[in-house]
Write a protein that binds this ligand. Structure first.
Ligand code: ZN
Ligand code: ZN
Length: 677
């Protein structure tokens, strides 16, 4: 018999008979590993631990310490167990799809007509049935079936969705099923796998069904409506409990809820995905924008403003019309007559489109006039308002919207300037995140995808440049979660991604920088080199916040509405104890306003304790209490949010203190430097 050569991670090679499974090899190595191994990576591909090896390969055994793989496997298994449980409890329910998600899994069902969509009240019974299936420790067995057999089996079972899907799977694709249990009444799903060896490998206390929702067969509103059940799934109860606490905390911090409570913004169906900023919310926006503008000015960027509407032909040339058309809002270039049935006046363009991004317009500015190699780098910034036509279902508060403003900039550089510019960008971004209250973020390098433009040399060079730039900043370390992500780059270039960690441990991808040689080529941007010849600049697309809308959403949730003083919509409230102090309260407020502070007065005829409680619930950072005595003595009693202490200060002292505390972080640094000089 021909033996297979299986190479282990330590480089050792084992000769095994064909049909040997990774589980066999684990057992041969030792009982500890046999128990711990839950799956295998065969030539890098994640596979069932019981799937026989059929050719020479490299093999790495996966244990629960390989958390990412282990979670993925467990969540996929939970989805199967959920489907099996639902079919046990509700015979006649059809199964469709059930993938894993970021924190668990879901499964889409077609309930019987009599039953209708599943309800949250049914979830505990389904959870109990899932635990019974886990307790039975049913083996999960992979089998390869012929298409005809599979379709016949699904039709016989009345599974019309699965039968349809089996018929549509591409020719030549191996059709695999997983059976839970043994014998004739084993439960069956069609699936690529991989799975754990048996349902008993799941921790019965590590999952929870969380909610139900509607869904459509294959995500299309024209198709049959399905009933989706969501769950969260983990490796053990501790992980689940921690996650549930995080969810609870996240719900308390939900930016939509805080946005309403603090009167920051609202959304309504007449303007799907576009935000109505209220005065208090727009203070946040203006503070953030002014801060970013100061930082960009200091870093050598020049700010521009470019058109909302451009001729469709321009978008054709930039390539967006071909690749991005369905995300763009397109408007006819015409003016209807005011007379009824009058003529329509047509402009020179047939169609115009609202910009989905600012890049082409920035190249058009770059192209005005001749640029020399000495002019580079050119750093062109725009707080660019863009529109993208996202499906309504994908919209989420102010985090995912259709109209948004990016803190966008494009840096046009020569090849020899690339690393230095990327490095400078990384330093700027680091300082901005720290100023905005985020101490922790991760940097990832997204590498070439399968479908891509450009030569291999270009990719080698630009990937290495980004890598070198991060290395030069000393942030290619574990502390910065440094990681390379194969296949995740844009089709035209690799990119660096920056992921913030918020106060409750969630991560948000916000910043990015990517190299681009394609757009300068398509839009014919060039500069004159020191050799007198025309050269293409490299274009760096970069953003630090991403968009103002989403970033403000993140800020709200990160701070739970208790903003640092410089961002707080209302920085102080002057509250009176007695009406005798009304005039004095107005005088205190006027003094504070004089130095630029945002102040309100509360002269209502209410008990002071009531006022204190109310303003503290409204997250007002400073409450200045004044009564008869304060008025006579020219003092105020200062209470700060989160502290029980009350400090009595002279009016002049409180003005000075609050003015200093309210300085934005960049100006505070400047003020300190000045004071020391
Ligand atoms: Zn599966
Ligand atoms: Zn861009």
């Amino acid at each position: 018999m021909e033996m297979l050569s299986i190479t282990l991670p330590d480089g050792s090679v084992r000769e095994v008979a064909p049909g040997t499974t990774p589980a066999d090899i684990a057992a041969a190595i030792g009982p500890g590993l046999a128990k711990a191994a839950i799956a295998a990576r065969v030539d890098g591909e994640l596979r069932d631990i019981t799937r026989p090896l059929d050719q020479d390969a490299s093999l790495a055994l996966v244990t629960s310490r390989d958390e990412k793989d282990a979670l993925e496997l467990a969540r996929h298994d939970f989805a199967h167990v959920l489907a099996e449980a639902v079919q046990n409890l509700f015979p006649g329910t059809q199964i469709t799809f059930g993938p894993s998600t970021d924190d668990g899994f879901y499964y889409d069902f077609a309930p019987t007509f009599d039953h209708g969509p599943f309800t949250e009240e049914e979830l505990p019974a389904i959870e109990a049935e899932m635990r019974a299936i886990i307790a039975r420790n049913e083996p999960l067995i992979r089998e390869v079936w012929s298409r005809a057999d599979l379709i016949a089996r699904w039709q016989a079972q009345g599974e019309t969705f699965k039968a349809q899907w089996a018929a549509e799977l591409p020719e030549g694709e191996e059709l695999t099923v997983y059976k839970a249990g043994q014998g004739a009444d084993a439960w069956l799903d069609m699936c690529r796998g991989p799975h754990l060896a048996s349902t008993g490998k799941l921790d019965p206390n590590a999952f929870k069904l969380t909610r139900v929702s509607g869904a459509y067969w294959r995500g299309d509103q024209n198709n049959a409506q399905l009933s989706r059940i969501y769950g969260t799934g983990w490796l053990n109860k501790k992980q689940l409990d921690e996650h549930l606490v995080r969810l609870e905390e996240a719900a308390k911090r939900d930016h939509r809820r805080i946005g309403q409570e603090m009167d920051l913004f609202h959304l309504q169906s007449e303007a799907q995905g576009s935000v109505f900023w209220h005065p208090k919310g727009f203070i946040l926006w203006r503070q953030l924008e002014a801060y970013m503008r100061r930082r960009l000015d200091a870093a050598g960027y020049a700010e521009v403003k470019t058109p909302q509407l451009m001729d469709a032909r321009q978008w054709e040339q930039s390539g967006h019309w071909g690749k991005y058309r369905e995300n763009m809002f397109v408007v006819p270039d015409e003016i209807p007559s005011t007379e009824e049935d009058g003529p329509i006046f047509t402009g020179t363009a047939d169609l115009m489109a609202l910009k989905p991004m600012n890049c082409p317009a920035h190249v058009l500015i770059f192209r005005q006039g001749i640029k020399s190699y000495r002019d580079l780098p050119i750093r062109m910034a725009e707080f660019g308002c863009c529109h993208r036509n996202e499906p309504h279902g994908a919209l989420h508060g102010i985090m995912r919207v259709r109209q948004f403003t990016q803190d966008d900039a494009h840096i046009f550089v020569r090849a020899d300037q690339l690393i230095e510019e990327v490095q400078a960008f990384c330093d700027l971004l680091d300082s901005v995140y720290k100023d905005l209250g985020f101490d922790k973020y991760a940097i990832k390098l997204a590498l070439r995808p399968d479908k891509r433009f450009g030569s291999e040399e270009m990719w080698d060079w630009s990937e290495q440049s980004l890598r070198d730039a991060v290395k030069a900043t000393g942030r290619d370390t574990e502390e910065f979660g440094w990681e390379e992500l194969p296949g995740e780059g844009a089709f035209y270039a690799p990119k660096l991604e920056f992921h913030l960690t918020d106060a409750i441990g969630r991560t948000w991808q916000v910043g990015t920088i990517q190299t681009d040689t394609v757009l300068p080529e398509r839009l014919d941007a060039s500069y004159v080199g020191d050799d007198g010849e025309r050269h293409r600049p490299i274009m760096l697309h970069r953003a630090i916040l991403g968009t103002f809308e989403r970033f403000i959403g993140i800020l709200i949730e990160h701070h739970a509405g208790r903003f640092p003083l410089w961002l707080a919509p209302v920085q102080a409230v002057v509250a009176t104890i007695v009406s005798d102090a009304d005039d004095y309260a107005e005088q205190v407020a006027a003094e504070l306003r004089k130095v630029g502070l945002r102040v309100e007065t509360d002269l209502r005829n209410e008990k002071i304790n009531y006022k204190v409680r109310e303003h503290s619930l409204a997250k007002v950072p400073n409450l200045l209490v004044v009564g008869k005595r304060e008025a006579d003595e020219g003092t105020v009693a200062l209470r700060q949010l989160g502290s029980d202490r009350q400090q009595v200060l002279t009016l002049a002292a409180v003005v000075e203190q609050l003015q200093r505390d309210a300085l934005p972080p960049d100006l505070a640094v400047e003020a300190e430097a000045e004071a020391q000089a």
